[in-house]
Ligand binder design. Structure first.
Ligand code: AMP
Length: 228
């Protein structure tokens, strides 16, 4: 069975961290529109130039452009057995567009997992989030700090620097991302609930390992997971 999984949740809810783990256990690619967009901005491509301002302001990149990028990515051969979508869809337009795209190929999503975190916790998390500039591992200076200050733990990264994402740097941008999340992204939770695809995970005391375990349980119970 294919494993077409959507991870939902506000900025800093842990989608990226969980998506990376899931991609490994389920042997399907992790597709993060945020990562794809950041790469384009970093490489100063034509697309990067068109989207940089939206990202730095904490606003969504226009739907049509985002859907085009995703359609190209999902057409790659490594997506045949499924994928973990992280940060897409983020609007009703995108959710409906994705359903249409999959429907045209006789495919459908298997599950949408929503990671629920309060706004207060999100603001706290984003200001202490750091990312390895080489492997992309996400750290949190409070709950998951690196062994050496400012440097990635991974041996193969050879002391690569941890960086702060541009859009995590100012509290105004973080607040704008939260506003956009509640206004534009949250409605798709009900959309997936209606399709009986939604499973939610939340709770103030859940760490990354607890959440990973709950996701595995959900995937096993719904028959989406690869058997161990
Ligand atoms: P993320 O890494 O998922 O938090 O995304 C970082 C930024 O990239 C967002 O704040 C948006 O500006 C842009 N972005 C990522 N995914 C999408 C999407 N599905 N639709 C529109 N903009 C997106």
């Amino acid at each position: 069975m294919a494993r077409r999984i959507v991870l939902l949740g506000g900025p800093g809810a842990g989608k990226g961290t969980q998506a990376k783990r899931l991609a490994e256990t389920q042997h399907v690619p992790h597709i993060s529109t945020g990562d794809i967009f950041r790469e384009q901005v970093g490489k100063k491509t034509e697309l990067g130039g068109r989207i940089e301002d939206y990202m730095n302001r904490g606003q969504l990149v226009p739907d049509a452009l985002t859907c085009e990028v995703v359609a190209v990515r999902l057409a790659q051969p490594d997506c045949a057995e499924g994928y973990i979508l992280d940060g897409f869809p983020r609007s009703m337009f995108q959710a409906e567009n994705l359903d249409r795209l999959l429907g045209e190929r006789g495919e459908a999503l298997d599950i949408a997992i929503s990671l629920e975190v309060s706004d207060g916790e999100i603001v706290k998390r984003l200001t202490s989030r750091r990312t390895c500039s080489t492997c992309g591992r996400i750290y949190n200076l409070v709950s998951d700090p690196p062994l050496r200050e400012g440097l990635c733990d991974a041996e193969e990264c050879d002391g690569a620097e941890l960086t702060k994402r541009e859009d995590d740097a100012s509290e105004d941008t973080v607040r704008e991302r939260l506003r956009v999340y509640h206004e534009t992204t949250e409605p798709i939770i009900a959309y997936y609930e209606k399709q009986d695809l939604l499973r939610s995970i939340g709770g103030p005391d859940l760490g990354p390992d607890d959440i990973a375990l709950k996701i595995e349980e959900i995937l096993q119970a719904t028959g989406v997971a690869l058997s161990p």
